[in-house]
Write a protein that binds this ligand. Sequence first.
Ligand code: PLP
Length: 446
Amino acid sequence: MTMDTAELTRLDRAHLIHPYLPGDAAERVIMASGSGCRLTDTEGRGYLDATGGLWLAQVGHGRTELADVAHAQMSKLEYFTSFWEFSNERAIELAARLAALAPDPLNHVYFTSGGSEGNEAAIKMARYHHHRRGESSRTWILARSKAYHGIGYGGGSATGFPLYHEGFAPMMPHVSHLTPPWPYRTDLYGGEDPTDFLIRELEERIAEIGPENIAAMIGEPIMGVGGMLVPPADYWPRVREVLDRHGILLIFDEVVTAYGRMGEWFAAQHFGVTPDIIVTAKGITSGYVPLGALLVGDHVAETLLRDHGFPMGYTYNGHPVATAVATANLDIIEKEGMLARATERGAFLHAELEAHLGDLPIVGEIRSVGMMLAVELVQDRTTRTPLPLHPDRMPHDVIRRETGVIVRDSAHSLVMSPPLVMTESEAKEVATALRGVLERTAPTGE
Ligand code: PLP
């Protein structure tokens, strides 16, 4: 059955619930194929993917070698459970590979089907770890405003945007949000050094709640949905030191930052901090099939695995096809030197953005680490007042319609997380497209 775009659009509007799209929205962009950073819709229009889908297409679109791996594994063993004593070759291979890549002592792996499931598991692991050690009072989770930890009730409660809570209450109790590290927004810290402010706030919050009641702090090493907020270099080491002093676990939500996006396998390595649990997903398969993986420290795994083991399992834990594709994806990242490439191409794209946008009065800051980039938009560079956003004239929509370049907006910033294979000429194309639209955008956002 081949349908034309008009019919597909009609059926889409009649039957498909899209996240974050109003029911009366008429426009659909129906993607049909992809290769590298390029996508083509059902009308034959071309797009340049500067968001890597949703921050994940590390090795780029259209890698038929990954399709071949999925086909071979599906033909041999499509699925069997990993509950109890059952296992499969592909899950074992990938777990051993991840344990070797991750910093010590993160030697244990728990698979999920994505990032939200991963954060649910991490929060439960933290509470259960303390419970098994006889510290059942440790139930509180520290998180930050502007954090995004997915849409489960645990991770969703740790998420720090009102939009994700309003109308879904009651959220999970015992979650406390701290100020995010966002050095550009100096007003958040009242003139104080951002890290000094944030560490003092953390210490005060721990004292208020009582360290004996706190299980873990969860944080994205760089806050993605919050607008690619890059913390000062001393932030995570100092947070780790405070948490260690109080027996509080540190969970890194590396759903976006892992697997090369920052030029390292994990952001933990970039910041020189070893958390107790790392939650990953997205880039582990570059999006070819759904998969997530938690990397768990020996000390946490040891308590989880006592007695009857960890009483929480997903049907798709260690799915053979997903884990086979992930291993092949990591092979590509390694063989094609994508960690170094992320650093080099990210720096190139950053320089292009500076060259094309740096003089525009509505461009407040351009920031990046590897292939995570943001252009923060302001009304006025001196006051740093955020640029007002008009729902019918969002800069990222205008850029896509006019130029075919796909970027996202996130908290008044245009954010980019391109496939790590983006070429220099594609990077120039992104910067030129942004310039064309932003130079026509007034400080009122019109
Ligand atoms: N954590 C972070 C940092 C994310 O950016 C996301 C998704 O964007 C998630 C968790 C949720 O992952 P998923 O959408 O795979 O459930």
